[in-house]
Design a protein around this ligand. Sequence first.
Ligand code: SAM
Ligand code: SF4
Length: 317
Amino acid sequence: MTDRCSFRCVYCMPREVYDNHQYLDRSDVLTYDEIARLAGIAVGLGVTKVRLTGGEPLLRREIGTLVSMLAEIEGVNDLAMTTNALQLSKMAGDLVAKGLNRVTISLDAIDDAVFKKLIDTDVDVSVVLTAIDDAADAGLGPIKINTVLRKGWNEDQILPLAEYFRSTPHVLRFIEYMDVGTTNQWVVDDVVTAAQVAETIHAEWPIEPIEAQYAGEVAKRWRYADGEGEIGLIASVSQPFCGGCTRLRLSAEGSLYTCLFAGSGTDLRGPMRQGATDDDLTEIFTATWVARDDRYSELRGGVAISDPKVEMSYIGG
Ligand code: SAM
Ligand code: SF4
């Protein structure tokens, strides 16, 4: 939706880089008509799930308008959004009315001081916790909560987060900190692995693995043995799942990416603005998808990427 964000999460948009960053010009960002057109073409090729992300998707003006345009496309069975939830409380009801089915909300700590340190912005954690309740009340529940752990920063929040969301219908998902982009200065020692998270939680509240809900599900599902709910572990670094990945990403400026770790994408905005027909655009989609051979996470360390890798805030997570 946008490469801009209201937060400066240290693992995604470090303030020292992004306070003086050259963001996309408004004229370079796809309009809602353009996004809906491309989504329609993707759906014609078999896509059924659409997720709005960013940057912070709720920063796009009148995003509800786009939500209704996408909800009207026949074949979109699941319309979701990933958000930091800063503005969600006041928008949730309208987004549901316009056709949004689900939200995933990012939350890296329960402790307010730890939360503020990670998002590097002066927003109280209570704003996000309230937004989770408001979104659920508006009909967006159960909600997936995304937690990125960075060693030395918030692994002490594993149990407080688990305790907070145990016994609720929401699903807390721990994501291994990834080397997307280059500005976060990622090193492998910063990663808290899914196995470490499972061990920490299991020692307090025993957990057991459960079946995936669908092929290609990125989070490994676990449930509390005492029946108090479910958690997800996304082991993108320690147990990569490139082989099962079916995601295609469209950047805010209209490039298609077949991998989070890609150096470059396939431009659709140029052809679209020069008058390409739907058939022309379908051909570009197909050629891009058929040629894809990305498996960066499986090769991690063994691959040289020629272009600088795109940033997470540009490609959406
Ligand atoms: N701003 C929205 C949000 O934070 O939910 C949507 C965009 S954000 C890039 C999407 C997801 O990517 C978030 O859940 C965030 O925690 C995650 N993320 C960002 N940088 C990451 C990294 N280096 N490794 C793993 N996850 C990351
Ligand atoms: Fe913004 Fe989301 Fe990145 Fe945090 S993770 S800086 S909220 S885009």
